[in-house]
Design a protein around this ligand. Structure first.
Ligand code: GDG
Length: 456
């Protein structure tokens, strides 16, 4: 079989134990192991001197990694990828900046990465590229002679034309994606937004099947909602349950119902709005005070970008304000925590929580929502309260309580409904969601994408 080369901005550290490896890394590694694969990308290190490509084999996968220099990191990663594309693709025009030098750096790094790939790519290899850091990667490879089959999967939302248009080179950039043979999205809405952008371009046609024709090349498009591994999550959750009980015993006070949220510290995750909705719950229903415990775990990310420093300050202020308002000597309403936990502990915390509170303002999918559901004990499951603006809402609408993350009172009402929901209803809702998670797990996701990519 042809080799599979996976390309992503960041390659997971090869020594990662199961304890900290996320579901996505595990899922992708499964695909690479099956196909004698290679995982190519940045090793996460920033250096002053160029680091050469390093190939290391481990458990049947070759990790091909390199470092970035400071300028590349600043322009390509912190700059155009995370201070332009990330906010725009999450509809936060107010937080985005555009800087020509950063865009040039983004293109330059894509070209550099393509050159590195070409040094070991074989003509029959299939290439699967991931995420917004690498939109023009296929075009850069084609310019260097690659004729390989190349697919792309976007993990985050795709913006509607009016929103995309706020990135000055949006046409040129989106047009580069026509060098892929297959482009995949989390939801149909994202796929349609992509096609709408292309329909507006004079030299591109989109046919009835959503195939894009440009420069004599056809790019197919598809929807591949990413999933999780329910069995692995259940294993972790059972393993971590005792430990998680132990470390929260003071917080739970033996009787408090836990509402749990876990997010990278990112403005797209809607944490400020979430804190305020919890405040509204405590305000309107004094009987819940000291009977519920909200735990927000938020490991910092991208902390060298201004908008991330700002959201962090804002969250600290809100948590402090709400805690000051309602705390008692033996109860603090919000436990706001900026550290990360190993996977079994995290899944154990999910299992012990009465409510999974997942309310991003916009999210490609949101794996935490799916992990929370998969971590529950089916006999006594908790309730998922989920933002209608997360990709996951498309699949979990039968079982989750869907909320609008901009509607503080509506969210407080949903929390109340979740906290008071009878066992029978919780079981039914949980079972409905588990059916979807099992059918559409991480293996199904990658197999569907790979089989579409390999199709003639
Ligand atoms: C992007 C898209 C899409 C979080 N804290 C800890 C920890 N995590 C893990 C979670 C989950 C992952 O990180 C976060 O995934 P999400 O899907 O929630 O969000 P993004 O990071 O924004 O991911 C998103 C995803 O790509 C996949 O396509 O769903 O929409 O934005 O797995 O559990 N893991 C550990 N400790 C923590 O403290 N071990």
């Amino acid at each position: 079989m042809a080799r599979l080369v996976v390309v992503s901005n960041r390659v997971a550290p090869i020594d990662d134990k199961k304890a900290s490896a996320g579901g996505l890394a595990v899922g992708l590694m499964g695909a690479m192991r099956e196909a004698g694969g290679i995982w190519f990308g940045w090793n996460g290190q920033v250096s002053t001197t160029p680091t050469p490509l390093r190939m290391q084999e481990k458990n049947g996968i070759t990790f091909a990694t390199l470092g970035l220099n400071k300028r590349d990191y600043r322009q390509y990663y912190s700059g155009f990828s995370n201070a332009t594309l990330w906010p725009i693709f999450h509809y936060r025009i107010d937080l985005a900046r555009f800087d020509r030098a950063e865009y040039a750096g983004y293109l330059r790094v894509n070209t550099m990465l393509a050159q590195q790939l070409m040094s070991f790519l074989k003509p029959e290899d299939t290439v699967w590229v991931h995420d917004y850091h690498l939109l023009p990667f296929a075009q850069a490879c084609r310019a260097q002679g690659a004729r390989n089959r190349m697919g792309f999967f976007l993990h985050i939302p795709f913006p509607a034309p009016q929103v995309a248009a706020t990135v000055p080179p949006h046409r040129e950039l989106i047009r580069t994606m026509c060098s892929y043979d297959l482009v995949g999205f989390q939801t149909e809405t994202d796929r349609q937004a992509f096609l709408d952008n292309l329909r507006a371009m004079p030299d591109v046609t989109v046919d009835g099947a959503g195939v894009v024709h440009a420069d004599g090349h056809a790019t197919r498009t598809g929807v591949y909602p990413i999933g999780v591994s329910p069995d692995l999550i259940e294993e972790d959750a059972i393993e971590g349950q005792e430990h998680s009980r132990l470390i929260t015993r003071n917080v739970r006070g033996g009787r408090r119902k836990v509402i749990i949220s876990v997010d990278r510290l990112d403005y797209s995750k809607g944490m400020v709005e979430r804190f305020c909705s919890y405040e509204a719950l405590l305000e309107a229903n004094p009987e819940y005070r000291s009977r519920v415990q909200f735990i927000q775990i938020a490991p910092p990310s991208r902390s060298d970008i201004g908008s991330y420093q700002q959201i962090r300050k804002q969250l600290e202020a809100e948590a402090g304000r709400i805690n000051g308002k309602f705390s008692d000597l033996d109860w603090m309403p919000i436990r706001y925590i900026n550290k990360s936990y190993d996977r079994p502990t995290l899944m154990g915390l999910f299992r012990n929580a009465a409510v999974g509170y997942v309310t991003p303002l916009r999210d490609g999918m949101n794996l935490v929502a799916k992990e929370y559901v998969a971590a529950q004990d089916p006999e006594t499951p908790g309730v998922l309260v989920l933002s209608m603006l997360a990709g996951a809402a498309r699949e979990l609408d039968e079982g989750a309580l869907l909320v609008n993350p901009y509607d503080r009172i509506g969210m407080a009402e949903a929390l109340q409904q979740a906290l008071d929901m009878p066992l029978r209803e919780r079981q039914e809702r949980h079972a409905a969601m588990m059916r979807v998670l099992r059918v559409n797990d991480i293996d199904a996701w990658r197999n569907r994408f790979m089989s579409d990519l390999r199709q003639q």
